[in-house]
Design a protein around this ligand. Structure first.
Ligand code: HEM
Length: 212
């Protein structure tokens, strides 16, 4: 297996002892860290304020249906929830936009994202470490379209007159709001799987390297 791309390479001339090697911290690009911080904070605000909006008019089961407990809500009431939701929307979507531009302009996607070789490893590979690494890359590659779906389905509900063509892609209003809602458990499950795989691939030091 090739070295983890975010770990500093050991100097060729002086062999690094096993103990020293274990102390080397993985490095992450500053912009990848910035993306993570803004993404995480804005996602927490978007989800908690979104649940506040949901509680005002539950999609599943009507007014007498399932309501989320106050602990997970932000905004106090419907209008408050909408204000938080639409304010955080700008941070969340502009963050994804600049990060997408950065990934393409710097060609980062070629090194950091899932490739044909990862898919091959998952099918025929024998090395469990390399397989975990491939799963991890597949997971964080696959979540990007899901974040886009959350934004686009939200936009279609936010401005249905201006983006009527976008709303029309989701067949009807109930399907549109259900798709928007389903992106939440998907993102939450992804975050769990992504954290678990990050720990398996590079233990706590790798997780720490992304947030410090
Ligand atoms: C929905 C939330 C998240 C999304 C969308 C996300 C997305 C991503 C993406 C796209 C990358 C590749 C970054 C790059 O190199 O340009 C990445 C890497 C990484 N993420 Fe996340 N992430 C999320 C949450 C988290 C959380 C909560 C943790 C901590 C447990 C975490 C830890 C990491 C680590 C350690 C890497 C580096 C992996 C490596 O170097 O192999 N992420 N994430």
């Amino acid at each position: 297996m090739s070295a983890h791309p975010s770990y500093p390479a050991a100097p060729m001339t002086s062999p690094v002892s096993a103990k020293k090697k274990a102390q080397l911290l993985p490095t992450q690009a500053f912009l990848a860290k910035l993306f993570h911080w803004i993404n995480l904070i804005s996602l927490i605000i978007m989800i908690t304020s979104g649940l506040q909006i949901y509680n005002a008019n539950p999609v599943f089961g009507g007014r007498a249906g399932w309501h989320f407990p106050d602990l997970f809500l932000l905004g106090g009431w419907l209008a408050g929830g909408r204000k938080w939701h639409f304010a955080a929307m700008w941070f969340f979507s502009l963050n994804l936009l600049w990060y997408g531009v950065y990934v393409f302009v710097s060609r980062r996607w070629q090194r950091r994202y899932a490739s044909a070789s990862d898919l091959q490893v998952l099918q025929t590979g024998q090395n469990p470490k390399r397989k975990n690494y491939a799963w991890h890359r597949v997971a964080y590659t696959a979540i990007i379209p899901m974040l886009l779906l959350a934004i686009l389905s939200g936009l279609a509900m936010y401005k249905p007159a201006q983006f009527h063509w976008l709303s029309a892609l989701f067949i009807n209003w109930q399907t549109l709001r259900t798709v928007h809602f389903i992106t939440v458990p998907v993102v939450l499950l992804f975050t769990l799987a992504h954290s678990f795989l990050a720990l398996k691939v590079g233990n706590f030091r790798l997780v720490k390297s992304m947030f410090t």
